[in-house]
Design a binder for this molecule. Structure first.
Ligand code: X8Z
Ligand code: ZN
Length: 606
């Protein structure tokens, strides 16, 4: 840092002289900075934040796997400390705004500014409050239960499990409604949190937290929603055909009084607590013609799979691509099952606690095909984390957050009949005459999810902008659910309801657009990796298992972390810097034609 001399032009008004001036050199205390200062600043930040990140990670792990008062205190303490420290550096980074630095330093300085999800204000009281609200809401979700009577309480895992197979509309409605009682007390906290986080965002130079969130995509924040609209436009016609078919079949099953043909689908009937994936109602909406679609749940149960064996099989898949096995500590320290006798956050997640080798997953694994996919999803996070571990701290992340969510899902797209036969989960590979059934099953999970993946943050961005009063939060939520998904609340919602809070990522403050992006990206990744693996099968029958070439291409992208723009990372693997829906169209082409036939005499839309 140097002090520079400012040459001031001082006009001396001297009697008889109206236009004379004098140059005076003054030392003003305004520092300027050099490119080296910026590098030193980043190095200091990395070292100081690095000292806190390990204990903070262990405290967060302890709390997530054992929700109690003491773990809440410790994890909240570290959460606050580390957020405040990062925010301090992020605010300070602005001093290099006009300094000429190399592209790498500039990228890190910019990434630092967007690295916090909820930015704490500099005021220590407010910062502490923000951290406290966040851990309180997480605990409400993680310990939430619906009690049918005083001694008959059900957890989310238990209700979700029953909702995946039950066809009893009354029971489904009871659980749907019951789980949403958990989020009622979150609304005030959520509103308070927005005020605090927006103060923090403004101190960082953003208009609000919405703008902060939208600034992480290597493009101007206001262009990002347009990019999402463009992508949604690629998928929307296909989604609308799927919605139309599913509504018609559900109406046939439950009756028109429960599922009217001119309205959105009631949200409790789709086999999932949030109506975000619909694969569990396959048996209601499947083609009339008998189709052999592998029942992975049945196969896992029949073959005596337990949680560990499911994870080992997923690890084997990554090993077949050339990835190193998971470390011994992964098996010792992960949480694979809901612990007995204590509350834990069952929502699946993947961790790297030391940014080196301490990889873990935290899940309450159910023995189902659906959860087998989630296990692959989580390991995708772990292999990504390990691949970028040697990058600078600010580059230890995925190209954009959608990439992180897409990797394990991409691998799970390779769980085809051929693969299932290879690992002994099925005996015979169904021939092509069964493809519509298989494609429909996949579409019910993947295509049905896409508008849900989009709308959660359409809601949150508006709310984070601070212009929606808390009493309107829920109405806006259902407006968007109807608009994008064609799904509606099955009953009138009470005035104090806060239904978005019944979805993990809202109380946990996890941005959700990442899953929308991931559902587009995973098909692009799958298509490219299949090509690299030299597959000659149709996309939906291609499995990249065993392809070291595909594994290398994937790893080359993972290792980059966040060091380059996502456009560069995407181009490296797929040859194109653009996200688009063409791979989805190619994957599902035969199903789209079939759906259009089914819908020929139906009145679609809502
Ligand atoms: O939250 C998850 C993962 C952990 S990152 C299990 N997912 C979203 C959800 O459950 O809502 C995966 C797909 C969407
Ligand atoms: Zn994930």
């Amino acid at each position: 840092m140097k002090l520079i001399k400012h040459t001031l032009i001082a006009a001396a008004i001297v009697a008889g002289c109206t236009a004379c001036s004098a140059d005076i050199d003054v030392e003003v205390g305004e520092p300027t900075y050099t490119a080296q200062d910026a590098k030193d600043f980043l190095a200091e930040m990395e070292s100081e934040v690095g000292k806190l990140s390990k204990p903070a990670a262990h405290a967060a792990w302890a709390y997530a796997t054992h929700i109690n008062y003491d773990n809440a205190q410790v994890s909240t303490y570290f959460r606050e400390q580390i957020s405040a420290l990062v925010a301090k550096y992020a605010v300070e980074a602005a001093k290099f705004n006009d300094v000429e630095v190399d592209a790498d330093t500039r990228r890190q300085l910019e990434l630092l500014k967007t690295s916090l999800v909820m930015a704490p204000p500099a005021d220590p009281e407010k910062s502490a409050k923000l951290a406290q609200i966040s851990s309180e809401m997480s605990a409400m979700y993680g310990t939430g239960k619906y009690c049918r009577s005083e001694d008959d309480c059900l957890s989310l895992v238990e209700m979700s499990s029953q909702m995946s197979t039950s066809r009893d509309a009354d029971l489904l409605l009871e659980y749907w409604k019951g789980w949403r009682e958990v989020s009622v007390p979150m609304r005030g906290l959520f509103a308070e949190q927005i005020g605090l986080a927006n103060e923090g965002a403004q101190e960082l130079g953003f208009k609000n937290t919405s703008e902060l969130w939208r600034s992480s995509y290597d493009m101007p924040a206001d262009d990002f929603p347009k990019e999402l609209d463009r992508l949604w436009g690629h998928v929307k016609p296909f989604y609308e055909s799927l919605q139309c078919h599913v509504r018609a079949e559900l109406s046939e099953h439950y009756g028109e009084d429960i599922v009217p043909l001119d309205k959105p689908i009631p949200a409790h009937l789709l086999g999932n607590m949030w109506a975000q994936t619909w694969g569990n109602v396959y048996d209601i909406v499947k083609p009339e013609q008998e189709m052999n679609v592998p029942d992975v749940t049945k196969a896992l149960v029949e073959q005596g799979y337990d949680e560990i064996k499911m994870v080992q099989k997923a690890e084997d898949f990554f090993s077949s691509l050339g990835f190193e096995p998971l470390p011994e500590t992964f098996w010792e320290r992960s949480m694979f099952q809901k612990p007995e006798g204590r509350d834990a956050q069952c929502h699946a997640s993947a961790w790297n606690l030391d940014d080196k080798e301490d990889l873990r997953i935290k899940m309450c694994i159910q023995i189902t095909g659906e959860e087998f996919n989630v296990v692959h999803h989580e390991l995708g996070h772990n292999y990504y984390q390990r691949a970028y571990k040697d990058q600078a701290m600010l580059y230890r992340g995925s190209a954009n957050d959608g990439f992180h969510e897409a990797i394990g899902d991409t691998i799970a797209l390779s769980i085809t009949p051929t693969y299932l036969q290879q690992v002994g989960l099925i005996d015979e590979i169904p021939d092509e005459s069964n493809d519509i059934g298989m494609l429909l099953k996949v579409a019910l999970d993947k295509i049905a999810f896409i508008p849900f993946g989009l709308l959660v943050d359409q809601w949150r961005w508006q709310v984070l902008e601070g212009n929606v009063p808390p009493e309107k939060y829920n109405d806006l939520w259902w407006e968007l659910r109807e608009k994008y998904q064609g799904v509606m609340a099955p009953i009138d919602r009470p005035a104090d309801a806060f239904d978005p809070g019944a979805k993990y990522h809202v109380p946990a403050n996890v941005p959700y657009t990442r899953y929308f992006l991931a559902h587009v990206l995973q098909f692009q990744f799958h298509q490219s990796l299949c090509e690299i693996a030299g597959s000659e099968e149709a996309l939906h029958r291609c499995s990249i298992v065993g392809s070291k070439e595909a594994g290398k291409a994937l790893n080359d992208m993972l290792e980059m972390g966040k060091s380059r723009t996502w456009q560069e990372a995407l181009e490296k693997m797929t040859g194109s810097p653009d996200m688009d829906g063409s791979a989805i169209a190619a994957y599902f082409a035969p199903l789209k034609a079939w759906l259009d036939e089914q819908n020929a005499d139906r009145q679609c839309g809502w």
